[in-house]
Design a protein around this ligand. Structure first.
Ligand code: ATP
Ligand code: MG
Length: 341
């Protein structure tokens, strides 16, 4: 039986953070090790250019950082094809064809793109590539005929858009070569981890993240800055658990423990200081992050090996993508020179 392909990825706009870890990376490793899938993980550099076109150095530097994060959490290039988006030339071609099967009005309705445009303060100067990135994402997914796409909550509109494009393509060219994917979303609460500032989403681009590569002191310093309850001033004041980022993180990294239940009761009642609470979170995070950090440091000793791994993965991914593109060209009828020398 052929294994189901899953595809997912990350933009090389910085190092990966604990939001990526619980919301996506952890599950990828479980799916990889289950043996039930043929996993593809893409470093989405082309997509990173849509809002970082004038900062190619950031993208280039982040490429190896993201690859190190992958290896540190347990993605294994023997089981998962880890590749680089820009190296798959068929993606540019497929994106071009898709672009004509979607309307501007449809793209304008994408709530994630809308929110990101606000967040990035583009004003009137929205790069066309940014506005249309859901179309290139549809190409990413479908060129590999991925059935499953494990992603965070913000990606749901992209999956819907992809399904629509598959239907439009198959319909327009009277074919069934493309496959409608399904999103695989994290358990409730894990699909969008808030930032340390209490912002709705921890994000590489917002400067509110705890990175997998942060050293122990940096993690501790970030937890100490963390948003809690602004009304909880004196230790004896009753505090709020709801909306308090420290408790949000405890629920994620130390779920359903008696310790956390006791801390919540004490905080609500009054008598638990923010510092004591934060010290507990620092310990919890450290026990999860320390082994990841150590593995990462070991892999970082040999960057040429990381680049070789990405090249090998990209070569393999290109073969799969080219096979789909051959069928795509044939379906559209642009295979004019088939059979000619
Ligand atoms: P950027 O700010 O550059 O967009 P990002 O932090 O949003 O970076 P992406 O590379 O865009 O990261 O997203 C990679 C994957 O991680 C996606 O599946 C996304 O849904 C998921 N993800 C991103 N941020 C979070 C978060 N805070 N909590 C859970 N999942 C997340
Ligand atoms: Mg993002």
């Amino acid at each position: 039986m052929t294994k189901e392909i899953y595809l997912t990825g990350d933009r090389p706009t910085g190092k990966l953070h604990i939001g990526h870890y619980v919301g996506s990376l952890k599950n990828r490793v479980v799916m990889q090790n289950s043996g039930d899938y043929d996993p593809f993980v893409m470093i989405a550099d082309t997509q990173a250019f849509t809002d970082n076109a004038r900062d190619p150095k950031k993208i280039r530097d982040s490429l190896t950082e993201v690859a190190l994060d992958y290896l540190a959490v347990g993605l294994d290039p023997k089981k998962t094809t880890i590749f680089v988006q820009s190296q798959i030339k068929g993606l540019f071609e497929l994106t071009s064809y898709y672009m004509n099967l979607v309307t501007v009005a449809r793209l304008q309705r994408n709530p994630t793109v809308k929110a990101e445009i606000q967040q990035k303060s583009f004003g009137e100067s929205i790069p066309a590539g940014f506005f249309t990135y859901p179309v290139s994402q549809a190409a990413d997914i479908t060129i590999f005929r991925a059935k499953k796409v494990p992603v965070g909550d913000d990606q749901e509109p992209m999956i819907e858009q992809t399904r629509e494009l598959v239907r439009s393509f198959n319909n327009a060219y009277h074919t069934d070569i493309l496959v409608e994917p399904e999103g695989v979303f994290p358990e409730k609460g894990l699909g969008r981890i808030p930032g340390i500032d209490g912002d709705a989403k921890m994000s590489k681009s917002l400067g509110n993240a705890i990175y997998l590569s942060d050293d122990a002191d940096t993690v501790a310093a970030k937890v100490k800055q963390m948003y809690t309850d602004p009304k909880h001033v004196a230790v004896d004041d009753p505090g709020h658990v709801e909306g308090n980022v420290v408790f949000t993180y405890l629920d994620i990294f130390d779920p359903d423990t008696k310790q956390v239940a006791d801390l919540k009761a004490q905080y609500t009642h009054g008598g638990l200081g923010d510092m004591k609470l934060k010290k507990y979170l620092i310990e919890v995070l450290e026990s999860e992050l320390k082994p990841i950090r150590e593995r990462r440091m070991a892999f970082a000793q040999d960057i040429p090996a990381i680049l070789q791994m990405l090249k090998d993965g990209s070569d393999h991914a290109n073969k799969i993508a080219e096979a789909t593109m051959k069928e795509v060209r044939q379906a559209i009828g642009v295979n004019y020179f088939a059979g000619l020398k």
